[in-house]
Design a protein around this ligand. Structure first.
Ligand code: ATP
Length: 287
């Protein structure tokens, strides 16, 4: 195989609870992660040596700072019998620094793809551990789906797929730095009660999601303070009669889930704020 095309799906959080600050400086989290059909497209091509990253997005770094580059570096380091290199092309469709794990999913897809490209057997448990070095969300992105993530986000328990649900994702033209949101969260000290166990019981045992349970995001307040446009977006969503609306991750992406594809598509088509990134997509199972 000389080249390979892959999809790198984005994620949303159906719930995000910050349990506290760990001794290593990271936050202890409980999250429900969900993959969606919005995806970057990645092309991998063998070359004689080294790693090259090219991308469709002018703002993305193409050197070692690119998380996809880091994944390729780890792959070549762990598999020294591979004497060749790789060219990585990223068609960037997921908004950057938006709370949808865009960089993490590229890194995980490149790792997955390189094992296929070089026809090596992949031990997914080992690969997940290796990916932790790149970022806490990267191990989840290796297979995606509906997952309970804890610790820094790297401890994963797969859950039954919530089924195909239609949603609209809106990202204002405003990049949010994840560390900045956590810093403000710590300053605000707005700890909320969070019954996470009831969410897990709901997701494991019931046919339908009960949105009245604690499907919420502890980072919402801090993200809204940094980016007040989030509040405007939520207000617009209210008029489109969704089943559920929430900020994803550290924002500024806000998503709404609808009872039908038609409702979601209409909400996206009628979206009034012209500078937002808006797309109607669906939830997807693990890949
Ligand atoms: P998360 O939801 O995991 O917090 P995010 O979606 O908020 O992530 P990313 O889109 O992953 O954020 O981007 C965060 C930073 O990572 C940006 O500053 C960006 O320059 C950098 N980065 C490095 N590689 C990539 C990549 N392949 N795609 C997107 N961003 C990347």
């Amino acid at each position: 195989m000389r080249e390979l095309y892959l999809k790198a799906p984005a994620k949303i959080n159906l719930a995000l609870h910050v349990k506290g600050l760990r001794e290593d400086g990271f936050h202890e989290l409980q999250m429900i992660m969900q993959s969606i059909s919005l995806a970057d497209r990645i092309k991998l091509k063998k070359k004689s040596g080294g790693i090259i990253v090219k991308t469709s997005h002018t703002e993305l770094p193409t050197g070692e700072e690119n998380l996809a580059y880091q994944a390729a570096e780890i792959f070549l380091e762990k598999n020294p019998e591979i004497k060749q290199g790789v060219e990585i092309y990223i068609e960037k469709n997921i908004p950057i620094a938006a709370g949808m794990a865009g960089g993490s999913t590229d890194a995980a897809a490149v790792m997955r793809g390189l094992y296929q490209l070089f026809e090596l057997e992949a031990d997914l448990n080992k690969i997940r551990q290796e990916l932790e070095a790149i970022g806490s969300d990267v191990p989840y992105c290796l297979e995606g789906g509906t997952v309970y993530a804890s610790g820094k986000g790297q401890m994963l328990e797969p859950l039954p797929f919530i089924g195909e649900k239609y949603l609209v994702v809106v990202t204002p033209a405003f990049k949010i730095s994840t560390p900045e949101v956590y810093k403000l969260y710590d300053e605000l000290k707005g700890y909320q009660k969070f019954n996470f166990d009831s969410l897990l019981t709901n997701l494991k045992n019931d046919e339908e999601i009960d949105w009245e349970l604690d499907y919420k995001n502890d980072l919402k307040k801090a993200a809204e303070k940094i980016c007040p446009e989030i509040t405007e977006i939520k207000d617009i969503f209210k008029n489109t009669k969704p089943d559920f609306t929430m900020v994803s991750g550290s924002g500024p992406t806000v998503f709404s889930i609808y009872s039908s594809r038609e409702r979601a598509e209409k909400a996206a088509a009628d979206w009034p704020r012209k500078n937002d990134f808006v797309t109607a997509v669906k939830t997807i199972d693990s890949y």
